[in-house]
Design a protein around this ligand. Sequence first.
Ligand SMILES: [Zn+2]
Length: 240
Amino acid sequence: MTESSLKRRGYVVRYVPYRDSAAMVRFLSEEGFCSFSVRGASKPTSKAHFLSFVLSEDEIVLSSASGGRLSYKEGRPLLLPDLRDDLARGVAFSMAAEMLSAFVRDAEGKEAYPLLSSFMEALRRGDDALTVLASFLAKTTELIGYGINVDGCAVCGRTEVEGLSFKDGGFLCREHDLFAPHPGSAFLRAVRYVNKVDLSKKLPLALPPVDSKKIIRDYLGHLETFTGTKLKTTSLLMAL
Ligand SMILES: [Zn+2]
């Protein structure tokens, strides 16, 4: 049997134990997604235990058997997600990881990596967790093809907008916003902001939590409508 090695640096996005001592890991690096098996990582005494921490940043070496199946050979953790005893940060990490594992396909991995790495960087810097999460959700939604128009009316393109309908594709002008109650211009600015802001630089502005939570809920509802999938971490928002 021929065996070759693969070196990767990136993040654990999913960890699924499947037998007492084995687990499958989905990992996102600059090269995209890869999935591999690992033995023993659930045990706190294992050298591979760091792989059971979702969103840990790691350096790993995988071996590839002739059938193309990957298994963990060796590696080390670089950074574990830092919760800082802050519930909002915990929710941000959990929801971002579930978003990636539930919605982002293997083919979109190369584009998802810079998004995740700037999200992690923003939280490391200490930027407002809910604003960072709202932006990550907006950008990931765009990446997987369900993004909304935040430049002008989704129907006619007019830049004077009053409404927002995820179902209709984004912002709406007075003429085309027939049903929804108007969310107010400050909220529309917040939605545009999370779509446009560059997470790799210090955020110029933290949104009021009531706005970022509403944006997060709206995006999750939008994704649920289109995909039929509801994230488990949605319920965590209630605790904030
Ligand atoms: Zn219009």
